[in-house]
Design a protein around this ligand. Structure first.
Ligand code: NAD
Length: 502
């Protein structure tokens, strides 16, 4: 195929899907086949400024749109996403690699946030206190901020954009989204459906690019808030740069999630859960479980865990029965394989080696199969770095307290889990562990949108998380109104304007 025949990913500016005028493009590649699916532009500064200017203009009217009208768009949007679920999942699998079932899960977890956005009328309510002084009431308005922006990673190209723009727009803001340049196609299909649902021109804009587009978003004075999801080093940069420019920022970043396996746990259930959480989505979930700590007798479960991992099918996401798809790029594959070797060189025991698996029909894909390294310790590269591939580190501890200590000493605090049949042990874990999202016999404890996504320590910057109640506070500013209304015949002289509580 010549460059001319390869479809191009469009920008969304002021309600139009337009071709970029840039001369910088990047290929979107199917990670199972290396087929070039599309070319994605790196938007020019003029295009980025145009998207922000249109969002600023659209805010003037959108902020005053009745709450019911905003909510109805998201009711329609959730219906359109449901109707197009199979197509969305197929696009996602082609460009990202995860299995079709996982791709539907990716869309579905975003869909839940869209459903939540359609309940904005109940969520964006202020408070009122009657008679805070004689004849005086105080109430709060949760008002939108203006133009907000989102920067998203490659691993959930449907869910994470849907964490951001529906709640921002439902609360009355306008939005500029910068999806991952590695897999922007499903995000664009979701943007098309959003426009079809009735989002007015300029309220949602999408630009593409890399470092320069992100820096432009961080610096632009007309952007009031930035949501970022991605790696720790980029998130820290986005947080610092946007904060310096006076913006509100939330950054959900890298992870190294540990599970503790107590010897009293239900063995079969636990091992099945661990295998799914460690190797599913090729280990490219920020809530994956790449580290397990086997406590006491549970140390003896390792051979059985390895046997289960070995049975997983490694293939393209479109192939029926696939458990582990490819990693996102050849660079990611090289990095994962390199880290496995480093683990061996640094003294870990390679219990299961998934490098260079045979995948008939997909010989060029970025595949690495389930890999298990035992005897892993802090200080080894495989432990200190986020691998983001299907590689499980196994550690051991003599007691629950020792295992908790290991987790709390890790710089990341995104997710964690414990497997046990003891309520007392689970409760102690829940109390003592310094991690944002805790699973009790639940390996990937991502909260539904009634709650907010969380994270602590190195995994998060900014106080408020995406979706749930917290995001309403993130995307709005609270105005407090203190009001007194005089009766027409009221004559009180008011020299002292301070309200005194009597
Ligand atoms: P990434 O940080 O490389 O990219 C994220 C975004 O930042 C992309 O849009 C990219 O274009 C942009 N970007 C990349 N390099 C940049 C730079 N130098 N300067 C400015 N912008 C830059 O992340 P990724 O590889 O796409 O995603 C995987 C990472 O995301 C993992 O670390 C994973 O743990 C994390 N993640 C975290 C969560 C969470 O909720 N905590 C969720 C999903 C993914």
């Amino acid at each position: 195929m010549t460059t001319k025949n390869i479809p191009t990913v469009k920008l969304l500016i002021n309600g139009e899907f337009v071709e970029s005028k840039t001369d910088q493009w990047r290929e979107v590649i199917n990670p199972a086949t290396q087929e070039v699916l599309a070319r994605v532009p790196f938007a020019t500064p003029d295009e980025i400024n145009a998207a922000i200017a249109n969002a600023k203009e659209a805010f003037k009217t959108w902020r005053k749109t009745p709450i019911g009208a905003r909510a109805r768009i998201f009711l329609k949007y959730q219906q359109l996403i449901r109707e197009n679920m199979k197509e969305l999942a197929a696009i996602l699998t082609a460009e990202q690699g995860k299995t079709l079932a996982d791709a539907e899960g990716d869309v579905f977890r975003g869909l839940e946030v869209v459903e939540h956005a359609s309940a904005v009328g109940n969520l964006q309510l202020g408070e009122l206190a009657n008679n805070v002084a004689g004849g005086v009431d105080t109430y709060t308005l949760l008002q939108p901020l203006g133009v907000c922006a989102g920067i998203t990673p490659f691993n959930f190209p449907a869910m994470i954009p849907l964490w951001m723009f529906p709640m921002a727009i439902a609360t009355g803001n306008t939005f500029v989204l910068k999806p991952s340049e590695q897999d922007p196609m499903v995000t664009m299909r979701l943007a098309e459906l959003a426009m079809e649902a009735g989002i007015p021109a300029g309220v949602l804009n999408v630009i593409h690019g890399g470092v320069d587009a992100v820096n432009a978003v961080c610096d632009h004075p007309d952007i009031k808030a930035v949501s970022f999801v991605g790696s720790t080093h980029v998130g820290t940069h986005v947080y610092n740069r946007s904060s310096q420019a006076g913006k509100r920022v939330q950054c959900m970043m890298g992870a190294k999630n540990h599970a503790i396996v107590m010897p009293d746990a239900n063995k079969e259930q636990t091992l099945n859960n661990l295998v799914g959480a460690a190797f599913g989505a090729a280990g490219q979930r920020c809530m994956a479980l790449p580290v397990i700590i086997l406590v006491g007798e549970a140390r003896n479960w390792l051979p059985e865990l390895a046997r289960k991992a070995q049975t997983l099918k490694v293939s393209a996401g479109v192939e029926p029965g696939t458990d582990v798809g490819p990693v996102i790029s050849t660079a990611a594959l090289e990095r994962v394989n390199g880290l496995i070797q480093k683990g061996v060189d640094e003294g870990a025991e390679l219990v299961l080696d998934g490098r260079n698996p045979s995948v008939p029909g997909y010989e060029d894909g970025n595949f690495v199969g389930p890999t298990i390294l035992a005897g892993v310790k802090p200080g080894m590269s495989v432990y200190d770095q986020e691998i983001f591939g299907p590689v499980l580190n196994v550690m051991q501890a003599d007691s629950l307290d020792e295992a908790i200590e290991i987790i709390n000493a890790n710089p990341n605090g995104n997710g964690t889990a414990i497997f046990t049949r003891s309520g007392g042990i689970a409760r102690r874990f829940q109390e003592e562990i310094d991690v944002g999202q805790v699973g009790i016999n639940v390996p990937i404890p991502v909260p539904v949108p009634l709650f907010s996504f969380s994270g602590s320590r190195g995994s998060k910057l900014g106080d408020l998380g995406p979706y749930g109640k917290q995001v309403i506070m993130f995307y709005t500013q609270t105005k407090t109104v203190t009001a007194r209304w005089f009766d027409d015949d009221e004559q009180a002289a008011a020299v002292n304007t301070t309200i005194t509580l009597k």
